[in-house]
Each structure stands twice: as structure tokens, then as C-alpha cells.
Write a protein that binds this ligand. Sequence first.
Ligand code: ADP
Length: 348
Amino acid sequence: MPYRDPYFRLLIEHSTDAIALVNKEGHLIYVSPAIEQILGYTPQQFLKVKPTDIIHTDELGYITQIAASATTSRGKTINFICRAKHTNGTWRWIDVTCTNLFHVPELQAVVINFRDITEQKEIESRKDEFISVASHELKTPLATLKGFSQILISSSEKISDPRILYFSHKINDQIDRLSALVNDLLDVSKIQAGKLSLNKENFEIDNLIREITVDMQNIITSHKIEIKLSANTKICADKYRISQVMANLISNAVKYSPNAKTILITSKRVNGHVEICVMDFGIGIFKKDISHIFERFYQARNKIRKSFSGLGLGLYICSEILKQHNGKIWVESEKGIGSTFFIKLPVK
Ligand code: ADP
């Protein structure tokens, strides 16, 4: 190892993360002893291992690209995770960080940090599996409850007790809320398993927005939904999933603007794309939260957080639906003024 200060050498050699150095010729010239704990190889053995011997074939392609960019971009840090084979034959999940320090005279190497995150990954996958099983199991009894609640409503309409009718409607509304939550969990499981498939067809996007607005306005009494539509084009997309995105953005706009009265929806054509905006005049989003709100289970913190229910899944599902359409979703927002969510979809 070129760096010989005994104090720092000891620190590196006793770290639970493995540290490696790759020189300008692309050769591995050092790896710290922790590699033995992580992948079973002694440092001497590991220096002779080829990436193709240990990296999972699914990840080999993009890792080769990453490795190329790590050796060419001075000062750049790149982080990724991959599966590597332990000498005992099991696959380990490794979090890898590469920093190009070719310009530092004492090092002149790419410094690579390896951390074993297999346990963390297993907990995550058990959590995903639990969500998937639980939401599937909840779906059937919920559908049965929904059927009975509708029978209850029509029966109580015949009895002249307004309280029974009122409570039957309450039961029905709560079943709908529960079904929406379960459906979100099911969608997340499908996304995680790469099974969110699209049924694409050609349709007029402005007509779809009009239909959704009418449907939602029928249930939303607190706000007036205004529309200004000028996309005036057909798109090829999954109608059901695009309606889901729109419904989500509209219900968020209502939910997060309790003191406003209007939601504005616009559409227009921009260079081979359709751009749709859903604008509210509500609580807005802090700048620090903006880059996170499309993440799974993320909910922005704010003083009145407690008044808003939800799982923090809606925007994650929306962004995955748009990704699958080669589209995009983003937000512009100012705290206390309001938020505008934009979606962009290719016309063809
Ligand atoms: P949920 O609404 O269930 O919490 P979402 O994924 O729909 O989950 O939204 C994630 C977070 O983004 C919300 O918790 C909220 O803090 C923020 N957010 C979403 N839409 C708006 C909006 N129109 N105005 C302000 N904040 C919003």
C-alpha cells in the first residue's frame, strides 16, 4: 500500500468496510483485510480475482460502464450497489463507493469502499414480501365488505330511519378509503417486483382530463376544479394509469390546500410532448422536501402534518407510472403559496 503512516494504516486495516485502490492502468493494487469478512478472499487472493468471476451477470454491464467513468472523471465519487459471490457460494449485496483521486500525488488511485449490506437488503425484501402478502390478503375481504355495504345502503333507503342510511354511507366511504390504501400497497408491490404492466391505447388526453375532472368534482365539494385545456392531441398511453396519476394529483391538491377554494388544471403541447399542470394554492412544500416527495413512503414534515392522513405512496406510484411511459413528473412549489405538479408525456 503506497500510504504508509502506521496510525492510518491500522485504522484502514481494522475498518469493517473494505478499502481498495485501483491504479491508472486499471489494476487493483491494494485491498484491506476486511475483504475476507465480506467475500471470503484473503487480500492476496482478492488481488487476483477478475470482476467477471464474482459480480452477478445482471449487474456486470452497468458496473463496467461505471468503472470506466470512475477512472476518467477526476475527483468524482460514484456510488452503486451490486451482488458479488462469496467464496462459500452465496451472493452478498455490496454497497460500493468509488472516488477518483488520480490527482492526489500521494495516492494516484481510484479509492473503492466496499460495505456488506446483505442483511439490510434481506430485511427490505422481507418487508416488501410482507406488504405484498398482506395487501393481497386484505383485498378479498374488502371486496366482500364493499358488496355488503352497498346492499346495506339500498336496504336502508327503504327504511325510514335517516341515521341508518347515514351510517351505511359512512361505512361505504371508509371501505373506499381502505380499498384505496390497499390498492396503493398492491401497486407498490407490483413496482418492486417489476410487474407494473401497461395497457396502452390511443386517446384524446384533453377528453380524459375532462372526464376525470367531472368525476372528481362530483365528490369534491370543498374546491372548484377549473380546467384550461389546449393539448388538443391524442396520446398512446395506459388510460387507467394516467387517470390514476391525475386523480392522485387532484386529491393531493385538495388535501394540501384546506384553506383554498380552487384547483387549476391546464394542458398544452410542447415539442412532441403533452404537458399537464395541476396547480393548487395551498400549504406548499419546503425546498428541502421537494427532491424527496417522489420517494416511497416519504411524507414531508410540517407543523400541521398530523391533520393529513396518507402513506406517502401516491407520488412514488405516479412517478413510476410516468417512468414506464417515458414521461416525467416534477413539482414547483413555494411554502405558503401553493404547488404546481407538472407531468410530461410523449405524444407518440
Ligand atoms: P401522502 O399524501 O399519502 O402523504 P404522497 O406520495 O401523495 O403521499 O405525497 C408525498 C408528500 O408530498 C405528502 O406527504 C406531502 O407532504 C407532499 N405533497 C404532495 N402533494 C402536495 C401538495 N399538492 N401540496 C403540498 N404538499 C404536497
